[in-house]
Ligand binder design. Sequence first.
Ligand code: HEC
Ligand code: HEC
Length: 154
Amino acid sequence: MTAFFAAAFFAIAQLPAQQPAAPPPHEHEPEPAPTNLKVLPKTFTGEQVHKIMHGWAAALGTHCDTCHTADPNHLGPNGRPRLKFADDSKPEKAQARIMYTMTEEINNNYLKKIAAAAGPDEKEKPKPVTCGTCHRGHVKPEAYIPPPEALHEH
Ligand code: HEC
Ligand code: HEC
């Protein structure tokens, strides 16, 4: 048994030497610097913008092409049209800018007041509002319908 594991370990340990050096799967080209930021800080790098974008797409349960225009003349390596990220033609992109500004306003104005009113206890401080607070995996937030028993009047 020990000999088997030793042999297996030896075989695995040998692998990198036998194979040509390939880049790790998650490494990719650096993201290009953004050219058309109107609400995010203009100092953001391409990497910072991408991280935020993945967060927005996840919070809305959707993909990049909900807000970004596809370019049918330029196909990516996966055979699908590349997205023109700096292009502003989709209404969802304009709506997302308004939503971002609104979310910042809620946090920087209203939630700061809630924090101040909560007193000195750190545990009572509100967590920041994010896209996910309302969207919860939907492009259009779903209405909350309270269960009938909760609506019961006594
Ligand atoms: C809910 C809408 C929405 C989704 C989904 C979304 N984006 Fe964006 N994206 C925006 C908005 C709005 C901006 C512009 C921000 C600004 O004006 O500061 C933007 C800007 C960008 C930019 C910068 C373009 C430039 O040059 O100025 C890149 C790159 C980008 N998005 C990539 C992505 C990627 C990749 C995804 C998917 C993982 C994605 N976006 C998903 C709304 C979205
Ligand atoms: C306070 C709650 C709230 C927050 C926070 C919020 N949204 Fe929204 N959002 C809404 C509501 C409500 C709508 C209207 C949905 C409808 O049309 O029924 C909406 C609509 C949208 C739409 C248009 C969807 C469509 O196709 O009609 C986009 C895009 C969007 N939000 C993106 C965002 C992004 C990105 C963030 C975070 C930066 C965000 N939202 C944060 C409540 C919120």
